[in-house]
Ligand binder design. Structure first.
Ligand code: PMP
Length: 959
């Protein structure tokens, strides 16, 4: 094999051939006639032909390629096609039986055209898409494993085996010195990384150009790309098998520079699931990926110099530099560990070094110290009500432990909430890779073991620990002026005062890391935690203290839930739900400490973990909680508050535990009071899970669902009147109409003015009662009104309300007239053991107090108007956003296809993408295509801007 610069001066200008000449070639050689459309290509000239008999690609080869090479490409396609039909293009024979025809001195081929869009055209590739792409490429690589051809040993510039030579040959084509230097350094590092493994890498015929240009995708029903074909066999050659995986990983990793590694990891995961990679291949992959990025960037520059007008080339070059920059920022050791982890292998094979420092070597305080962990995780009980963002509160926690004679320790491997800055587009770094030892400012710090100073930074030192293969990073202290070798016990400096803006009080951050790492960041994102933790071992031996967090492995909660909780109790975001362990105001936090804007929680109406609600519950739990047959004052006080919020003649209250129970009781009241049994409701609308309320969905003979008053209110009213008439005529007039005054179930559809009034009139004329289900839409959420029925200008006979009533605590109410309650009481009585318990009532009162004190209904109006403006703009901009429903802070963004079909799958996928961007939102409605937007009422305009921004980003760049 040639290894000297075989590429210097190698020009690959695409052959110049006009469309007419190409059309003639297609007709004369292959008997195909049709419309010709030029296709983008690097080195060949390609045309898509739309012919009556099908679609083809006419390929006019670059003169640089020999007939044997073209034959190699054709045979490779045939070979793969025989094993995997439909996935790769197939060559077609010319009239004379030859697969390579001659047209005007050019070598011309015809291949089948495969449908699909290049993966490159999708701005966002979800993790499953990347895995699928990896699998597809691996299937083709697997099929090529049994392919041989005499021309396979070609020397191509794209062969990563020659990356070093290519980079030397092409470096001069890079006009920018900074870029040239970036490429040079990246290539050198990659070459060093590859060198130990080259002899172990499997060699076979590979596709060689498995970029996201050449992976084609169809759209799945959700509109996500579904990789389905691999085209362009122009670079087929014998090379390293792992290169096909690397090339794809390189090409997909420029979309979001901070997630380049996670994207590559998904590709590797997919590839490995089809063609298992060996230890050597996994070890070489990080360097292969970078090497490929270098030759893409340099090769692109070379090509740009030859073809300054080629848009395809220019676009590719800029992208390649972005990719190279992102990839060079990833420590190769980390990439290696992450790839191994993704393949189910131990992330780092080396056994932990034995470190035996003298007790208390790092600081005197650690000798015979009793370590006390400071829990900084989302499940901490030491920090409430957002106190993890408050330096003063954190200092108090630490001081308390210190006063008790312990050395407070921030744990290694802990997934932390303490670095919370609210929802963000990217996954935050929350996993602690070292240990924090909280020591008083000025405490003397010494070298625990002999070593060498690698770097002294501002308030930190990086030491190489002698003969251990490990590095030690100590931060949070003022280093003395030291350099070179240090002996165990040498003074390093003194613990520093916290920096301005630092949340945690004075502490030493002590972190070990394998010597392959140049930098030891203190925190890692959860998605890379196992790789990082494998490279940054537990510093316990160094400290002589237990410092590791003892969190259960990721996935335990889900597994336990699946095992012991009945399957019909479904999860949001199944099958990969986030584990949510804390709520505060309008935010939810997952177990790794990532914050999400909660746009779904009408339950937590005043915000999560509201201190006043919590205090009311705790106080009353300490005092008394019993069943509701005792006389205690809270029940009357809560009922009074509800009545004062309700118009006449709604003046008495039943207290129960849930919206379903409230609906069930409302139905019972109506039946007992009217002596009738039948129920009117709107089709497909949910009112609860009890046997009776659930019947609005199953519609047995005594339930009469009427078409919903949207989109045709007149038709719905007509049907309602006819149904009432029919029931009366049949001698079974309805007991009641049960419906939501604003249709929350449909995503917040507001019936037109007068609609509900006319419906109520029709029911009442037949002697029926009107039940308003305010479980979702009531309690101030609409902004303009406390109750949704007020917005509709009606007064129901019975109101059910829940969810918001307890801000998550189970308390619900049925509010009705004295006549109805008394009439029911003459026939039956009601006892719900803990419905309206002392705790429930105190919670209920506290929620109403907060609503009032914080003027949350007014906030719902103001912020709701802003939400309407922002989301209204999305409806204007994006065809899939069909309509915005609702008022105040009960909104629904309806998603639909152009033909009017509900965009059910897309809605689900969009919600998944929104989760990645830090927003919790879910679909609702009969078509599950309306994004329900009903956040806690304490949300701000800024939150709404964040929501609108992430939605716009998702709708624009895909999901
Ligand atoms: N009515 C409506 C309109 C609802 O949306 C719900 C719950 N989603 C219920 C009643 C039942 O309430 P709960 O879940 O508290 O039983």
């Amino acid at each position: 094999m040639k290894t000297a610069n075989p590429f210097a001066g190698h020009e690959l200008r695409p052959p110049q051939l006009t469309a007419e000449e190409a059309a003639t070639a297609a007709r004369v050689c292959f008997g195909v006639e049709g419309e010709l459309l030029p296709l983008d290509s690097h080195q060949d000239r390609n045309f898509r032909i739309e012919a009556p008999g099908g679609r083809y690609v006419l390929k006019i080869a670059n003169d640089a390629f020999t007939p044997a090479e073209l034959d190699l490409q054709n045979r490779a396609m045939e070979h793969v096609g025989a094993e995997l039909p439909g996935i790769v293009p197939q060559p077609l024979a010319a009239g004379d039986g030859r697969y390579i025809a001659d047209a005007a001195g050019r070598r011309v081929r015809l291949v089948t055209y495969l449908d699909g869009e290049p993966l490159r055209d999708f701005d966002h590739l979800a993790p499953p898409v990347l895995r699928d792409a990896g699998r597809l490429v691996a299937r083709v690589a697997g099929a090529l494993g049994s392919f041989e051809h005499p021309a396979a040993d070609r020397v191509l510039q794209w062969d990563v085996r020659h990356a070093h030579d290519v980079s030397s040959a092409f470096a001069s084509a890079v006009p920018d010195a900074g870029r040239r230097e970036l490429a040079r350094r990246a290539m050198e590092r990659a070459a060093r990384g590859l060198e130990p493994f080259t002899s172990e890498l499997r060699v076979q015929v590979i596709h060689g150009d498995t970029t996201d240009w050449n992976v084609l995708a169809r759209r799945d029903p959700a509109g996500r790309p579904l990789p389905c074909a691999l085209i362009d066999f122009g670079d087929v050659m014998r090379s390293w098998l792992a290169a096909d995986c690397a090339v794809l990983a390189t090409s997909v990793s420029g979309r979001n520079p901070v997630r380049s590694l996670q994207e590559a990891v998904e590709v590797v995961r997919g590839f490995h699931s089809v063609v298992p990679l060996t230890d050597a291949e996994l070890a070489a992959l990080p360097a292969l990926i970078v090497a490929r990025a270098v030759i893409s960037a340099l090769g692109g520059e070379h090509q740009r110099a030859l073809e300054p007008a080629n848009r395809y080339v220019a676009r590719g070059v800029e992208l390649s530099w972005g990719i190279l920059r992102a990839l060079t920022a990833i420590p190769p050791a980390l990439a290696h560990a992450a790839f191994r982890d993704a393949c189910g292998l131990p992330a780092h094979g080396r056994p932990p070094a034995r470190l035996r420092p003298a007790p208390g070597a790092l600081a005197d305080e650690l000798e015979r110290a009793r370590p006390a962990p400071v829990d900084l995780s989302p499940q901490t009980d030491a920090l409430e009500a957002g106190a993890w963002r408050d330096a003063g509160a954190l200092t108090e926690v630490v001081e308390r432990l210190r006063l008790a004679g312990a050395v407070p320790v921030g744990r290694y491997g802990e997934r932390r909430i303490v670095h919370d800055t609210g929802p963000g587009l990217d996954e935050p770094s929350t996993v602690h890779l070292g240990a924090d030892i909280f020591l008083p400012e000025g405490t003397v710090t010494r070298a625990p073991l002999p070593g060498r100073v690698l770097r002294a930074g501002d308030q930190e030192l990086l030491l190489e620990l002698r003969d251990s293969g490990l590095r030690l990073r100590v931060a949070g202290f003022v280093p003395r002026d030291i350099d070179g070798e240090v002996a165990a016990g040498d003074e390093l400096g003194a613990v520093a005062a916290p920096r301005a803006g630092q949340r945690l009080p004075a502490h030493l951050h002590v972190q070990l890391g394998v010597e392959e790492l140049d930098e030891l960041p203190g925190l890692a994102p959860a998605s890379l935690a196992s790789a990082w933790l494998a490279l940054c071992p537990d510093p316990a031996p160094l400290l002589g203290l237990e410092v590791a967090a003892t969190a259960e492995p990721v996935g335990t909660a889900l597994e336990r839930r699946r095992r012991f909780v009945a399957s019909p109790q479904r999860l949001y975001y199944a099958p990969k739900p986030p584990q949510i362990e804390r709520g505060w105001r309008q935010w939810l936090y997952d177990v790794a400490g990532r914050a999400y804007l909660d746009v779904i929680n009408n339950v937590a109406i005043v915000g999560h973990s509201h201190p006043m609600v919590e205090a009311a519950a705790a106080r009353q739990l300490r005092r008394l909680n019993t069943n509701s047959r005792f006389l205690y004052d809270a029940m009357g006080r809560f009922a009074e508050r509800l009545v004062r919020l309700s118009p006449d003649p709604l003046e008495v209250v039943f207290l129960v535990n849930s919206g379903s129970e409230a609906g069930d009781l409302a139905l019972r009241l109506a039946r007992v009071v009217t002596g009738r049994h039948d129920l009117l409701c709107f089709e497909g609308c949910y009112h609860g899970w009890t046997a009776a309320t659930n019947e609005t969905l199953s519609a047995p003979p005594w339930v009469h669902p009427v078409t919903r008053p949207h989109p045709d209110p007149e038709g719905s009213l007509r049907e309602l009147a006819e149904t009432v008439d029919r029931l009366v005529a049949a001698g079974r007039p309805p007991a009641a109409l049960l419906c939501e005054p604003v249709l929350g179930n449909l995503g917040g559809v507001v019936p037109p003015a007068g609609c509900l009034d006319r419906a109520y009139a029709a029911v009442r004329a037949a002697g029926g009662l009107c039940i308003a289900d305010e479980v979702q839409v009531g309690y101030g959420r609409l902004g303009s009104h406390f109750w949704a029925f007020e917005q509709q200008g009606v007064v129901p006979d019975i109101v059910t309300v829940a969810k918001a009533t307890g801000n998550g605590h189970p308390v619900a109410a049925v509010i009705t007239t004295r006549d109805i309650a008394d009439s029911f009481g003459r026939a039956e009585d009601l006892f719900s053991s803990v419905g309206g318990s002392p705790v429930s009532c105190e919670v209920g009162i506290a929620v109403l107090d907060v609503l009032e004190e914080e003027r949350l209904q007014e906030n719902a109006r103001k912020v709701g108007d802003h939400l309407s403006d922002r989301l209204g703009a999305l409806v204007e901009e994006f065809p899939i956003a069909r309509a915005l429903h609702g008022i105040g802070l009960y909104r629904g963004l309806e998603l639909g296809h152009e033909d009017g079909r509900p965009a059910t799958e897309a809605a689900r996928a969009i919600c998944e993408r929104m989760l990645e961007l830090g927003v919790i939102v879910q679909p609702t409605g009969p078509g599950a295509n309306v994004l329900k937007l009903k956040p806690p009422l304490c949300v701000t305009k800024r939150d709404v801007d964040y929501l609108a921004g992430t939605l716009a980003e998702t709708l624009k760049n895909g999901w």
